[in-house]
Design a protein around this ligand. Structure first.
Ligand code: 1CP
Length: 365
């Protein structure tokens, strides 16, 4: 650990504040950050996209502020990050931000349009477009460090999870210029103009890596890379044209030693590769059988995979499903209960609170 930056000596994992938090010990396969075997005080659970969207207190606070403005106001970020922790008693906070925030901080003209998602003024489609991308520097992410540090001091022993979009998912928005279903633009580019593709993916890997690094140096105790659209790739494309860039994003935080989660959707064919890209934990989407994934990736802690569609099913149906997920997860060396993708905006927040109570009421292994 000689390369660990000075800032990490006061990090909550190193001071011990979050070293034996249930989330961390499950991510580490039943060990504390200092390596002692331990059973968690309770079964950990959090929800992807728990901050924002489904919470009335979020909508009230965001009134009159655009999404990206909100992401650049440390007080607001900290408040929104904490809202689901207070309301649901989840075992981790996820930093409130968006995968395109590093683009904005680097100087790319991007907006998040309500009801649409990220939109770029100038999509990036040629070698010249890539060459014109701004230089990236950790100093550009100071507002993120400040916001994350506020979250960490308010959270105490509850870990903050830092995150970023994976290089492919981020590049998909940059090439298309807006949300798309099949991501044809980046998939064409990686074959038609591989040099430009790799230059773009190197840039997005560094943007995502620095974004995670800023959050960890400010005290985030884990990171998650979201490759939401990697499921649109064939295995060969992922292996030859994408995986090395996700590995490069993880490499930007590898010296900091925090557990790293890798999540994508529709990624059944590439889960082993996603793990090899540098993840300690695999986030499992709702389409996969968690028990089978535990068999396919032996020795790997898992996160997931309640089907978000069941959040609006009758309670008995959801309850039985949660029990199935817990039972399947017990076959992995560590398991953090989560959804198999983000909270749908129309979810009744009380249902999420009830799921947390149910998970916490179950004995730990
Ligand atoms: O005005 C609003 O409230 C905008 C809605 C919104 C919110 C609340 C967007 C626009 N982003 C976010 C926050 C956000 N985005 C978080 C916050 C923390 C939390 O999890 O609670 C996180 C982790 C993200 C990550 C994100 N953004 C992903 C990866 C996760 C996933 O859901 O797959 C992706 C793909 C995005 C892009 C994005 N940002 C926003 C939207 C609507 C989209 C998706 C657009 C599309 O369909 O392509």
């Amino acid at each position: 650990m000689t390369t660990t930056p000075e800032a990490m000596t006061s990090h909550p994992l190193h001071t011990g504040v979050t070293a034996d938090a249930p989330l961390i010990t499950e991510y580490l396969g039943g060990k504390t950050f200092t390596g002692e075997a331990v059973r968690p005080a309770r079964r950990p659970v959090w929800f992807m996209r728990q901050a924002g969207r489904s919470l009335p207190e979020y909508r009230a606070l965001r009134e009159g502020t655009t999404m990206l403005e909100a992401c650049l106001k440390p007080d607001m970020v900290a408040e929104i990050t904490l809202q689901p922790v207070r309301r649901h008693d989840v075992d981790a906070a996820i930093f409130f931000s968006d995968i395109v925030v590093p683009l904005r901080l680097a100087g790319v003209d991007v907006e998040i349009e309500p009801g649409v998602g990220p939109v770029l003024k100038n999509p990036v489609r040629s070698a010249a477009d890539v060459a014109a991308l701004p230089d990236l520097d950790l100093k550009d992410f100071e507002v993120i460090s400040e916001a994350a540090a506020q979250c960490v001091s308010l959270l105490g022993p509850r870990p903050l999870i830092g995150f970023a979009g994976a290089p492919f998912t981020l590049a998909a928005y940059m090439v298309e210029g807006r949300p798309s279903r099949d991501h044809l633009g980046p998939r064409t580019m990686m074959h038609a103009d591989p040099q430009t593709w790799h230059a773009l993916a190197e840039w997005t890997a560094r943007a995502s890596g620095l974004f995670m690094r800023a959050q960890v140096l400010a005290g985030a105790s884990a990171v998650q890379l979201f490759d939401s659209w990697a499921g649109s790739l064939g295995r060969a494309d992922y292996a030859e044209r994408v995986m090395q860039h996700s590995a490069a994003a993880f490499a930007e935080v590898a010296d900091l030693g925090v557990p790293a989660v890798h999540f994508g959707t529709g990624t059944g064919e590439i889960l082993d590769l996603m793990q090899r890209a540098g993840a300690d934990v695999i986030g499992v989407d709702y389409r996969l059988d968690l028990a089978e994934v535990a068999t396919r990736l032996p020795g790997t802690p898992l996160q997931g995979n309640i089907d978000p569609a069941l959040l609006t099913a009758p309670w008995e149906v959801l309850e039985a499903h949660v029990h199935t997920v817990i039972e399947a997860g017990s076959r992995a060396p560590g398991h953090v209960v989560n959804l198999g993708h983000g909270v749908p905006p129309e979810t009744d927040p009380d249902v999420l609170t009830r799921v947390v109570e149910l998970v916490h009421s179950q004995p730990v292994n």
